[in-house]
Ligand binder design. Structure first.
Ligand SMILES: N[C@@H](CCC(=O)N[C@@H](CS)C(=O)NCC(=O)O)C(=O)O
Length: 209
């Protein structure tokens, strides 16, 4: 059988999710190191973003499409609930993370530390400060979402949890968000639970990225 290839770089939150999906299914994959907008990626993704995927003659871009393919094309534990309500709940959280949480927590807040674009290269404090109120609100939303179940879509791990984990991993290591996450009960417990998984431990991004 063809090798599953995931194109992208280890620090990327979306690349990490696809790699975790493969590991959760017990599928060997090759990570093909490719930066955004380089030929390996643009050959598959018209937008040049990571991740992209190749499996035999199947090529895909967009992480949720890739993760869904990995879940359905291979044996191994299901990463999407069979129950329609729980399935819709998973989709709800994948979408909310991609459209609301990633733009705030990653693109606005974390990037103000990692890619500040300031003259002296120091964190962009104005952008960080401007993120904090919404950061607090979103952490509260996630904490509430995990009040009645161990995972976002119910009692079992799903693609929604794998999609969120890389973001919360980074945020838990930053001063303001780290403090806020530590002060939660459900989100902090979810992170501890997730951190015990082999797929999470095998994909920890290199330090300094
Ligand atoms: N909606 C896309 C988003 C992918 C995405 O934004 N990837 C980032 C890295 S985490 C990227 O490639 N950024 C480079 C760029 O936007 O030019 C997906 O889910 O795959």
């Amino acid at each position: 059988m063809a090798t599953l290839q995931i194109y992208g770089l280890p620090p990327s939150t979306y690349v990490r999710t696809s790699r975790m999906a493969a590991l959760e299914k017990g599928v060997d994959h090759e990570l093909v190191h490719a930066a955004p907008h380089t030929p390996d990626l643009t050959a598959i993704s018209p937008f040049g973003k990571m991740p992209a995927m190749r499996h035999g003659d199947v090529t895909l871009f967009e992480s949720h499409a890739i993760n869904t393919y990995i879940d359905r094309a291979f044996d191994g534990p299901p990463l999407s609930p069979a129950d329609p309500k729980a399935y819709a709940r998973m989709e709800e959280w994948v979408s909310a993370v991609n459209t609301a949480i990633d733009p705030l927590m990653v693109r606005k807040y974390l990037f103000a530390y990692v890619f500040p674009g300031t003259e002296d290269g120091k964190p962009d404090r104005a952008r960080i400060e401007a993120s904090l109120e919404e950061l607090d609100r979103q952490i509260g939303i996630l904490d509430a979402a995990l009040a009645d179940s161990d995972y976002l879509a119910g009692g079992s791990l799903s693609l929604a949890d794998l999609n969120l984990l890389p973001i919360i991993h980074y945020c838990s290591g930053m001063p303001e968000s780290g403090e806020k996450i530590k002060a939660t009960s459900n989100l902090a417990a979810w992170l501890d639970r997730m951190n015990e998984r082999d797929s999470v431990q095998a994909t920890v991004p290199p330090q300094g990225n």
